[in-house]
Unconditional design. Structure first.
Length: 204
């Protein structure tokens, strides 16, 4: 990446020298790769916010004018799995279609169960690796557990903390550590309900 930015820097200098107009460049950089570099300080930086699931659904409807061959709930499930990243949304649509096309006919519409079969927890963990390394830099097992937890909350909705460990097969102290980290980094939110705490995905 440093080499690429170096090339962009010299391209910029050449454009400035050769053009009577003030040149401009737009460079897309993945946030997890955004580290210190002298060229970054010469840019106006704009951070794009993740898309909401209903925005992804709207984009699909604008392109195809129907949710077919998906149900609306299946597309929203794909959108939530994508965590607001549109290229992941497209990738997961492709994975689901490939699985669905392998079914014997008649196939019927694609429902959320097919989506979850096509887009596995391992696939989600692979795609979230870069962002979860910040939370659990040396524990790949905790990164996988975090993805399982987030996926489970997406499927079932808010859940009591005391029930999560048993239902996911995670020991209490490990679950507490996961929840603290995920809440700190704004993946989940916790609210007190009697003597227990209820976990939910942020925004749900």
């Amino acid at each position: 990446m440093t080499t690429d930015l170096q090339d962009v820097y010299w391209l910029w200098n050449d454009l400035v020298k050769a053009s009577v107009w003030k040149p401009n460049l737009v460079i897309g950089v993945q946030k997890e790769m955004f580290a210190g570099h002298f060229f970054f300080d010469k840019m106006a930086k704009v951070e794009l916010e993740p898309l909401a699931p209903d925005q992804m659904l709207e984009a699909y409807l604008r392109r195809f004018e129907t949710t077919d061959p998906f149900t609306e709930d299946a597309l929203l499930t794909l959108a939530r799995m994508s965590r607001g990243i549109f290229r992941r949304f497209l990738r997961y649509i492709t994975l689901t279609l490939n699985l669905w096309e392998g079914y014997p006919r008649p196939r019927g519409v694609i429902e959320s169960a097919t989506v979850r079969e096509a887009v596995t927890v391992e696939r989600l963990a692979e795609d979230m690796e870069a962002e979860l390394v910040e939370l659990f830099p040396k524990q790949s097992d905790l990164r996988l557990q975090a993805v399982r937890l987030l996926t489970y909350l997406e499927e079932v909705g808010p859940k009591k903390q005391s029930e999560l460990g048993e239902e996911l097969g995670v020991e209490g102290y490990v679950m507490s550590r996961l929840l603290v980290k995920l809440e700190l980094h704004r993946y989940i939110t916790r609210r007190r309900e009697g003597t227990d705490k209820v976990m939910s995905l942020l925004g749900n």
